[in-house]
Design a protein around this ligand. Structure first.
Ligand code: AP5
Ligand code: MG
Length: 221
């Protein structure tokens, strides 16, 4: 199955993508994580992406589409994947459709995690990350030991773009460039709206229920 996770910054795309990918046994592909890996490893892609990410702006389509194409062509994606943070522009959405059409594949479901602007800012200002990918919130989802990941004992850190100022720019970029994609998938009849304000486990339950309903209709899983 090919699932797209849509939503504003900090709407829970990463958190829910991990759950869905594990359930379906397919890779979780986050363009944000790929860029952050490149930045941490000082690659030319990282140097270019950093100029935009640190300011809360989208990385140009040309670079983003190429890294996504290279990733989904990998062997582990042959049975499907969960996309987190891609597509984020109409151009990316159209490119993805063409890439998939070339290999006779298509998107099964686009999941829209809906949250308010205030909740976006609240979540971003309290988020702590682990290098294993697990996200915490200092108030709502604190780790058992402050600053340490429950899963791998890694040291938690704050993302460089998780300041209130950059968060506002990210939210603006989302509204202008990414939100219009929701209407495209709705028109195609593959969009599912999920209330992203519920507690994480309830959101996961809602998301997995929708996938289950779709799968039994299609006979996919
Ligand atoms: P990216 O890494 O994708 O960031 P984002 O879209 O801003 O989303 P986040 O990762 O901040 O949030 P999330 O939705 O994954 O939420 P999470 O699960 O962590 O992109 C970063 C940057 O890279 C972009 O700004 C851009 O510059 C660039 N980029 C990436 N892709 C690109 C593309 N395709 N094109 C161009 N540029 C691109 O949860 C957030 C917090 O909330 C956590 O603390 C979590 O614990 C908490 N939380 C989660 N669920 C709940 C819940 N139900 N209730 C309460 N708290 C919750
Ligand atoms: Mg994320």
């Amino acid at each position: 199955m090919i699932i797209i996770m849509l939503g504003a910054p900090a709407s829970g795309k990463g958190t829910q993508s991990v759950v869905v990918a594990q359930k379906l046994g397919v890779p979780h592909i986050s363009t944000g994580d790929i860029f952050r890996w490149n930045i941490a490893n000082n690659t030319p892609i990282g140097t270019e992406a950093k100029k935009y990410i640190d300011k809360g702006m989208l990385v140009p389509d040309e670079l983003t589409i190429q890294i996504l194409k290279d990733r989904i062509e990998m062997e582990d994606c042959k049975d499907g994947f969960v996309l987190d943070g891609f597509p984020r522009t109409i151009n990316q959405q159209e490119s993805l459709d063409s890439m998939l059409a070339e290999c006779k594949k298509s998107i099964d479901m686009a999941i829209n995690l809906a949250v308010t602007d205030n909740e976006v800012i609240r979540r971003i200002s309290g988020r702590r990350m682990c290098k294993c990918g697990k996200a915490y919130h200092i108030v709502t989802y604190p780790p058992k030991t402050a600053g340490i990941c429950d899963l791998c004992n890694g040291e938690l850190y704050t993302r460089k773009d998780d300041t209130v100022e950059v968060a506002n720019t990210r939210l603006e970029a989302y509204k202008l460039q990414s939100e219009p994609i929701i209407a495209v998938y709705r028109e195609k009849g593959i969009l599912v709206d999920i209330d992203g304000h519920k507690p994480q486990d309830e959101v996961s339950e809602d998301v997995l229920n929708e996938i289950e309903k779709y799968s039994s209709k299609q006979g996919v899983v």
